[in-house]
Design a protein around this ligand. Sequence first.
Ligand SMILES: [Zn+2]
Length: 216
Amino acid sequence: MLNIERYINELMTSNCYILWNDESRRCLVIDPGSEKSLREIEFIKEKELALDYIILTHEHTDHNWGVNALVESFSEAKVVCHKICKENITMESSAYFRLYYDTPTYSYKIHKVDIEIENQDWILDWNGIDVRFIHTPGHSMGSVCILVNRWLFTGDTLMQYKPYINKRNGSKEHYVRSVDMLMKTYPGDMQIYPGHGEIFPLKNYNALYGISNKED
Ligand SMILES: [Zn+2]
């Protein structure tokens, strides 16, 4: 059976999710955003799991600050994200970190990305479980949503907060298109696991912000 564990990351209270299979003892981590990933590492070791993938919903530091620490502890883990996300997070620059702290001397980059997603829609076979990546540019251009079972992990694309379009590398036009596509594709009772805040059914997103899901 597939289980979900959620941790609140330290930088901007973003969500980190660990998906773990209690039969195969394998797991994957979505958006480790605490610098040292201490709780994730402890959880994985305590449960004696193998970490297969570290998956990033997008390029902002509060969703990936802990990647290097996780890779140091579990060197077999593969880092997966969209191509545009990869271009941003592997640069020798603290650009995204400066979104949160005024720390000109602090430098941070992700040391490796193993799988970069280029397609609009791409499926990773995780030991017989489909992990589907859907490119949803808008909040940032490297944003993806991730579908596993009936759970949709949306990063900062869908949250129970007002939509936020990043000025540096987001696009409102793309955002509206991405949200429309999600609304048309998935049922209203689909559970959304957002990048910040609590889990909610997809239909509530539309009610909250009035973003059209009609065919126009
Ligand atoms: Zn973000």
